[in-house]
Write a protein that binds this ligand. Structure first.
Ligand SMILES: Cc1cc2nc3c(=O)[nH]c(=O)nc-3n(C[C@H](O)[C@H](O)[C@H](O)COP(=O)(O)O)c2cc1C
Length: 186
């Protein structure tokens, strides 16, 4: 899933990897190693003047104690990329492990219903920044955009946590990549 570029192996290659066949093999190996990187699985919220969006993301991490910064890696072509820039904010929603099926709903374009305050039928709330937060999240981080770093075909957005909270019991197990059979990256 989501192979970068989708067109043949990507360098650089270590010594000894010279033929086309070796390059293809090395490319596959590197993908399998990268897939082994443990990570959580989140829903990232973003907003523009006209719309709201939620997307599934696993390239999410804390970056600093002081200030409280977190980063998300977002594909340059994604609507979320455009909206994080427009709204200068994003949310990170932590998903109940029991709700794992919903991440599939946010790997494709979502339908925003302003009157019902839903995205693809899922109610959302807004806190400080106005980036949508999935109402059924276990917990959320609401972040103001502080830095934007170009990272190949993705952009690493760095946000400061300006609000957060639990929407379900603190002990509720949250979803990680290992709870699914999905891949992203590699
Ligand atoms: C398991 C999984 C994890 C994903 N993680 C990311 C991610 O970290 N960053 C990203 O840009 N896209 C990620 N995606 C892809 C986006 O969810 C997908 O491209 C989505 O349609 C983008 O939505 P948007 O264009 O509405 O913003 C992931 C997809 C899956 C299935």
């Amino acid at each position: 899933m989501a192979e970068p570029g989708g067109s043949g192996p990507i360098g650089p290659y270590p010594p000894g990897v010279e033929t086309d066949e070796q390059r293809v093999e090395y490319d596959k190996l590197r993908r399998r190693v990268l897939w082994k990187m443990p990570s959580g699985l989140y829903v990232v919220g973003s907003r523009g003047p006209e719309t709201r969006n939620l997307m599934t993301a696993n390239w999410v991490t804390q970056l600093s104690f002081d200030p409280k910064w977190v980063g998300v890696g977002i594909e340059n072509a994604a609507l979320t990329h455009e909206l994080i820039v427009q709204g200068a904010s994003f949310s990170v929603c932590f998903i109940d492990r029991e709700d794992r099926a919903i991440v599939r709903k946010f790997t494709k374009p979502v339908e925003f219903d302003e009157t019902a305050q839903t995205l693809s039928g899922f109610p959302f709330i807004e806190r400080v920044t106005g980036a949508p937060i999935l109402a059924q999240s276990v917990a959320f981080l609401d972040c103001e955009l502080r830095e934007q770093v170009s990272a190949g075909n993705h952009t690493f957005f760095v946000g400061e946590v300006v609000d957060c909270g639990f929407l379900r019991g603190e002990q509720t197990p949250v979803l990680g990549m290992e709870d699914t059979r999905m891949n992203y990256g590699g």
